[in-house]
Design a protein around this ligand. Structure first.
Ligand SMILES: Nc1ncnc2c1ncn2[C@@H]1O[C@H](COP(=O)(O)OP(=O)(O)OP(=O)(O)O)[C@@H](O)[C@H]1O
Ligand SMILES: [Mg+2]
Length: 267
């Protein structure tokens, strides 16, 4: 479904990505991991179109999308969430989810302006679908609540709901479990599994939480200093010497890796 082909990207003197290549097959759940500053978010930005690569190609559903705008990519089926939550704080939950549908509305601006019947049909359909999605991710109790007043864990779910509303086939989730409690993290793992199995979405997610990763990932790609150093099964990851040294200079302590997620900057 997604082919990342030889992607290179520098910011000034910093080589954030260096010849990165890997694939995500349809209905796979793939984790992208690596130490802070490894280039993970930059790679998401390249896939979603927010950042132009210096070299390389992004192939999505057998089509070269490297030169397409972010909106065009959403229309072709790439949805995403952000490392730092990006919701409209002063809008309620339902309205935030509806923003995701905007891109898929069949009516034109003229229909909306003239309030033609098509506008109302689509608006009603979108509301119904938004409520369905809110129920699926478990935020339907908060539909009329302003987002800014809701707990962090709920806001993370609303972002996922909005990404689902754009109805892409590929979901990019940037650290969905960051900042969540252990119970919330387990709940989220279940939700990701449901999104994969029931909604048949392909998922590429960035995460530092190794327990979460073990629960949901079919495969793991590890980035270090902008390079892919491992691509394989989660259970094989910590057998790999390059992964071990990238993480803790040779010493593996998963509690340390997990603790790191709390003290990290948002990019
Ligand atoms: N817009 C930008 N301008 C300049 N440098 C950038 C920009 N975006 C990222 N970088 C740099 O590129 C490198 C990779 O950053 P990136 O945010 O992709 O890392 P990351 O793997 O997502 O890290 P984290 O786990 O902390 O989120 C870092 O050195 C970062 O400072
Ligand atoms: Mg990041």
């Amino acid at each position: 479904m997604l082919k990342v082909h030889n992607i290179t990207k520098s910011f000034g003197g910093v080589r954030a990505l260096s010849n990165v290549s890997f694939e995500v097959r349809a209905e796979e759940v793939v984790a992208l991991v690596g130490p802070n500053g490894a280039g993970k978010t930059t790679l998401f930005n390249v896939i979603s179109g927010a950042v132009k690569p210096d070299e390389g190609k992004i192939i999505f559903k057998d089509e070269d999308i490297t030169d397409l705008s972010p909106v065009e990519r959403v229309k072709r089926g790439i949805s995403r969430t952000f490392q730092n939550i990006r919701l409209f704080d002063n809008m309620n939950v339902l309205e935030n989810i509806l923003v995701g549908f905007h891109i898929n509305y069949r009516y034109s601006l003229i229909d909306a302006f003239l309030r033609l019947p098509r506008y109302f049909i689509d608006e009603n359909r979108a509301r119904k679908k938004a409520i369905e999605i809110a129920t699926f991710v478990g935020v339907s109790n908060y539909l009329d609540k302003k987002v800014k007043n809701l707990p962090y864990g709920i806001r993370k779910k609303i972002e996922i709901a909005r990404a689902l509303a754009t109805n892409g086939d590929l979901l990019l989730l940037d650290e969905p479990a960051a900042g969540l409690t252990d119970v919330e993290t387990e709940e989220l793992a279940l939700l990701i599994k449901l999104i994969n199995l029931e909604l048949e979405k392909t998922i590429l997610f960035i995460e530092h939480d190794m327990n979460f990763l073990r629960l949901v990932a079919h495969r793991v790609v590890v980035l270090d200093y902008g390079k892919v150093i491992f691509d394989g099964l989660p259970q094989d990851m910590f057998q790999d010497e390059r992964v071990i040294s990238a993480y803790l200079g040779g010493e593996i302590d998963e509690d340390v890796i997990k603790a790191k997620k709390g003290e990290r900057k948002n990019v």
